[in-house]
Write a protein of this length. Structure first.
Length: 185
């Protein structure tokens, strides 16, 4: 993807490491090795490899902005989601290390931390948490959000665009919540 971006645009300024998986939902001690490894392979090592691939091109451009999608699950615990929550905490740590290492080269690194988003991933988590009454799980999650609803893909994307823009030129090494107030209580 870095090679394709360089071929198409001639330089690389922005890197969005957004891919992630929710994994299986269930009690901590019942999660298999394979489940932990798969979630960490995508959510942590996928991000690591993406950053490693992008650094030379960002250096050549004289700086840039990396946004890693973490989650409110990178800042809070959540029952039944231990591999996912652990992986999302891990990339917050990775972001802080990168921000400190790359900041002197004008490469800014931040995480986007959405609350529950109204999309496929939350449908999967709701369904796994209560296959008979997934809508009850949806209501319970939404009730924990002061705005009273899940956020949208568009609201998350808008914050990523901000972090890539010159308006965010002073933003480095931080977590940017799009959570409707989820973490405020
Ligand atoms: N949906 C939520 O409530 C929520 C909340 C907080 C954070 N997030 C995070 O937002 C990010 C985007 O997820 P989403 O909510 O759009 O869910 P999604 O499942 O709709 O999208 C995930 C995307 O990641 C891609 N992906 C998964 N594994 C991959 C792999 N091995 N290689 C390449 N691409 C891969 C999928 O193809 C898909 O496009 C994820 O990192 C997720 O953990 C989601």
């Amino acid at each position: 993807m870095v090679a394709a971006a360089l071929e198409h645009f001639g330089r690389l300024d922005c890197v969005f490491l957004n891919a992630g998986i929710e994994g299986d939902v269930g009690p901590f001690e019942t999660r298999s090795d394979a489940s932990w490894e798969k979630v960490f392979a995508v959510n942590v090592h996928g991000v690591r490899l993406g950053v490693e691939a992008a650094i030379p091109a960002l250096r050549s451009a004289g700086g840039g902005s990396i946004v890693i999608t973490s989650s409110v699950a990178g800042l809070r615990g959540s029952p039944g989601l231990s591999p996912y929550v652990s992986s999302k905490h891990a990339v917050v740590g990775m972001m802080r290390c990168l921000a400190v290492e790359l900041g002197p080269e004008c490469i800014r690194v931040n995480t986007l931390n959405p609350g529950p988003v109204d999309n496929r991933m939350m449908r999967s988590i709701e369904q796994q948490a209560n296959p008979e009454h997934a809508e009850d799980v949806h209501k319970a999650f939404a009730a924990r959000v002061p705005l009273g609803r899940y956020v949208t893909n568009e609201e998350c994307a808008a914050t990523a665009v901000f972090l890539f823009s010159d308006a965010a030129s002073g933003c480095n090494g931080n977590t940017y919540l799009v959570d409707g107030g989820f973490c405020s209580q």
